[in-house]
Design a protein around this ligand. Structure first.
Ligand SMILES: Nc1nc2c(ncn2[C@@H]2O[C@H](COP(=O)(O)OP(=O)(O)O)[C@@H](O)[C@H]2O)c(=O)[nH]1
Ligand SMILES: [Mg+2]
Length: 293
């Protein structure tokens, strides 16, 4: 008999949820940066074993509704928790357990959801600090096992996965065994570009940028020509993104091209175009098209 089900990833921003999804899946399906709100869309990473399949739902960070985009993100988080067979609650072992963690713990207890707790980033911790973090996690009073892990090195992750599988209901696989993600290719490629923007910009800019894939042309020699639009909300943001003499946009473009080539396994020519659209974060038609539900 096989086991399969949806596992919702809960945890404060920066805890390492997206890194953990990539580690469990064994492929880069979720983008990662140290900026909060990196995850904008629900990403489903799929991990399949001999007789089990985990569908990991990487959720956008939970926070108070502010603008229409954040509200959409919040709604999709609530939906995903309702549909989940189990919750994987990731704590940032480098930080103290805080109000946000207690809020999530209450939500898990209140919903009566099956859960497992992972204390992440133990690669940065001494034995003593790891122990302290595990004790603090126990204080959250979730009736389950707690696993010290490092999403970065993979330490402790197999044990965590093994336990997670026991929480799943019996049932057939939900996706083909070879699938790693349910994201449409175009969305994934756009996200890989956005990741490079996040890694290279700071302050308000990361959140003001959205990436939209344009035309995709396959040349006869196998080269893939790709056009992508980087939406920003104002001319000053556009100027920062382009950089003096175009240095910033060139750096983003060349790093993104490498990521795209690695993901697609073929040569890519990437053309980035920066466009200003005021308040794209409030534009329902654009948000629909960008797949932010
Ligand atoms: N040292 C260390 N850093 C980690 C680990 N997991 C994630 N990170 C880093 O923590 C930051 C946030 O990770 P991310 O997966 O985007 O967190 P999310 O906001 O919970 O999805 C990134 O800079 C990651 O590289 C880990 O196990 N060890
Ligand atoms: Mg994330």
């Amino acid at each position: 008999m096989t086991r399969s089900g949806f596992v919702a990833l809960a945890g404060r921003p920066n805890a390492g949820k997206s890194t953990l999804v990539n580690r469990v899946v064994g492929d880069k399906v979720a983008i990662v940066s140290d900026k909060p709100q990196t995850t904008r869309r629900e990403v489903r990473g799929i991990a399949t074993g001999a007789d089990w399949q985990l569908v990991l739902v990487d959720l956008p960070g939970v926070q108070r509704p502010r603008d229409p985009m954040t509200e959409r993100m919040q709604h999709s988080v609530e939906r995903a928790l309702k549909d989940a067979d189990a919750v994987l609650f990731t704590l940032n072992g480098e930080q103290q357990v805080g109000k946000g963690d207690r809020f999530i713990a209450r939500a898990i207890r209140g919903a009566g959801l099956k859960a497992v707790v992972a204390v992440n980033k133990v690669d940065q911790l001494s034995k003593k600090r790891t122990l302290d973090a595990l004790l603090a996690a126990e204080g959250l009073n979730i009736d389950t096992e707690i696993f010290p892990i490092s999403a970065r090195t993979g330490e402790g992750v197999p044990e965590l996965v093994q336990y997670l599988v026991t929480l799943l209901p019996e049932g057939p696989f939900l996706y083909p065994a070879e699938d790693r993600s349910d994201a449409p290719e175009r969305v994934h490629l756009a996200e890989l570009i956005r990741e490079q923007v996040l890694l290279r910009t700071r302050d308000e800019l990361p959140h003001a940028v959205e990436v939209d894939l344009g035309e995709l042309t396959e040349r006869e020699d196998g080269l893939l020509e790709l056009e992508a639009f980087l939406w920003v909300e104002g001319n000053s943001q556009k100027a920062i993104l382009i950089g003096a003499g175009g240095t910033m946009i060139k750096a983003i473009g060349s790093a993104a091209r490498k990521e795209l080539q690695a993901s697609l396994g073929r040569r890519v020519h990437l053309e980035l175009r920066v466009r200003v659209r005021k308040a794209w974060r409030r534009d329902d038609a654009l948000l629909d098209r960008l797949g932010i539900e």
